[in-house]
Design a protein around this ligand. Sequence first.
Ligand code: GLV
Ligand code: GLV
Length: 322
Amino acid sequence: MKDSKMKVLITRSIPEQFVTRLSQYAEVEVYGETMKPMPREALLESAKDKDIIISMLSDAMDKTLMDSNPNLKAIINLAVGYDNIDIDYAHKKGIIICNTPDVLTETTAELAFTLMLVTARRIIEASTLVKEGNWVGWSPYLLAGLDVYGKTVGIFGMGSIGVALARRCKGLNMYIQYHNRSESKYAKELGADYVSFEELLKTSDFVICTAPLTSETQDIFNQSAFSKMKNSAIFINVGRGGHVVEQDLLDAIQQQTIYAAGVDVLNDEPVGRDHPFLTEERITVLPHIGSATKDTRDAMIERCIINAEQIIRGKSPVSEVK
Ligand code: GLV
Ligand code: GLV
């Protein structure tokens, strides 16, 4: 007898309880690695007979993959961002796309806020100095950084993460301005002012990118953008590496066009030891951990499982990207 259970591929190891749960309704294949993405060839091979793929942001969900399986019903991305998915093509083919919004909002805003403080106060440099045994004594200007309290923050991308970040910035009595595709009523309630991208760059002490990556925002933080920023400005990116021309950011730091930067996302992740940001003290680099708390990652996986269950039951998923 033909097995009528739907087939699901999960492209990374996730806690057993989730796999067990989904296995009640589906035939589940899990790629066993925790740290490494599924190799492209293995992914294409496994995807061929699946109904649903639960993908990671590091998996390219492109035309080739979608064309290799005419029965593919859904791709459920373990992330709020979905720039790894050819969304237009998926929609054209009637493939449902899901992501994990809401559950990671506060956690990601917290990381953006942390990165702003850590970069302004040179925390990584300070910790490294001590741990490497190079602390020779107290000194008036040892690792003197920048104040954050009362400064102007410019948030690029005022979606829910941007709003959650703005709320945190209010606690530091910051003046908040933002740029977004459209004005946000939530931002208005917080007293944040909508400004042009140009104005945001020119007048912010901290420019923080929380935007999703689209064709309009690709490379938007480039030489021209950095040249408009204050010499004392700090640039923070928790969106996607693709927003930034990395060489231009490096030049801006080295030529002191801006003061410092903190990035959680890079163009080509993971970066190797030879990436030029790694030896630049004024750039804090994190390994894409915006939503990385135990509780939030559990909630994101839970959200993916719920979406899969809904689709298996023929119901609407709870977070579909339309
Ligand atoms: C992570 O970057 C996400 O998009 O959830
Ligand atoms: C979340 O993980 C983000 O970096 O936006």
